[in-house]
Design a protein around this ligand. Structure first.
Ligand code: MTE
Ligand code: MO
Length: 342
């Protein structure tokens, strides 16, 4: 029996609805995976796990690219429906996701290339945060987000999903670009502190502290620079790996935090003259260095002189510059925002 035109168009309609659910759910999943792995990659400073996280992060971003043709069809239909604000939000979301992807790709392929004072990684993270906000607004118009239903899944869809995952992984391997550290960072200025970038987390200025007036506040009293220099000196080679996407290995010299005579405590709060601070486990004291020198010369103001923290194995944001005090505290080290807020 021939199908009536009405039944035919409803079959067609259901097929479109199913594809829409599948593509939107895939996009949503990829965005969630990209966000989670992006945050983890920022927090990790330790080897093998980071490699996987960075690879999955890259592949999830590139998977978004592979789904662009499918999403364009869906978006065309969506844009034909009324609602001006909705259109503006949809297009802004598309633009900002494109910017995040482009900046992420630029970071991976071209490396450490500041554009108008902005690092690709800063543009990438800024765009990603904004995209998250716009996506929430974009989704808020649904009473229930139309997730893929179990009944939608057939062999064809499963094969397509597998193809997207395989394609994204292959693209990620292609895009690997210049050799990078397991965190995804590019090498800049190793062994040459003058060539090493100067970075602050968010808004800190570079402080110029007069070494003669500098004091280090400790639970047992204050040390001046001469008193610090009189302590046993330790030299460590360690990699400063900034979440901005660069790293440098240097030879740092200073006093081990374990040699500062601190009382037993759960955590150490390392405080900068700017107010910036990070709390670290007291059990790290043996590997933490309060550095006054790099590559055999006193630290420059830009790199945190007279004294900065060297935190081997941790991302750059732990390496507090312009340290003026170390507090021994009872709070657990994780009793702080996971990433600095200043
Ligand atoms: N006081 C202070 N210390 C800081 C920061 C900051 O913003 N304020 N930024 C951190 C970050 S994010 C990094 S990557 C390193 C950069 O060190 P550098 O400028 O010597 O390369 O300093 C860390 N120490
Ligand atoms: Mo950083």
């Amino acid at each position: 029996m021939a199908r009536s035109p009405v039944a035919g168009s409803s079959v067609q309609h259901e097929r479109v609805a199913r594809t829409t659910r599948a593509v939107n759910s895939a996009l949503m999943t990829l965005l969630a995976v990209a966000t989670i792995t992006g945050v983890i990659a920022f927090a990790l400073g330790t080897a093998p796990a980071a490699t996987v996280v960075v690879a999955v992060h890259g592949a999830s971003g590139l998977g978004l690219l592979l789904l662009v043709p499918a999403k364009v069809g869906i978006a065309r239909r969506g844009l034909r429906r009324p609602g001006r604000l909705r259109k503006v939000i949809s297009l802004a979301l598309a633009g900002i996701v494109a910017l995040a992807l482009a900046a992420g790709l630029l970071h991976a392929v071209a490396g450490f290339v500041p554009v108008a004072g902005l690092l690709p990684m800063q543009a990438h993270v800024g765009a990603a945060v904004l995209a998250g906000v716009l996506l929430a607004v974009h989704v808020a118009r649904y009473r229930r987000w139309p997730w893929l239903r179990t009944t939608d899944v057939d062999r064809r869809l499963a094969l397509r999903g597998a193809a997207v995952i395989a394609g994204a992984a292959a693209l990620d391997a292609l895009v690997a670009g210049r050799p990078r550290r397991f965190t995804g960072s590019h090498e800049v200025g190793s062994g040459d502190p003058l060539a090493m970038p100067v970075t602050q987390w968010l808004a800190d200025p570079v402080l110029r502290i007069d070494p003669a007036g500098w004091r280090l506040g400790l639970p047992g009293g204050a040390l001046d620079l001469a008193a610090l220099a009189a302590q046993p000196q330790t030299v460590v080679r360690s990699v400063l790996d900034c979440t901005g996407g660069w790293y440098a290995e240097q030879e740092w010299r200073g006093v081990r935090v374990a040699d500062l005579g601190l009382p037993r405590s759960a955590s150490l709060n390392v405080i900068s003259a700017t107010g910036y601070h990070r709390r670290l486990p007291a059990s790290d004291a043996a590997t933490l260095l309060l550095a006054t020198h790099v590559a055999g010369r006193p630290l420059s103001a830009a790199h945190g002189g007279p004294a900065r923290l060297v935190a081997p194995g941790r991302r750059g944001f732990w390496w507090v510059k312009w340290v003026i005090a170390v507090e021994a505290t009872d709070e657990p080290w994780w009793w702080q925002p996971p990433l600095p807020l200043q």
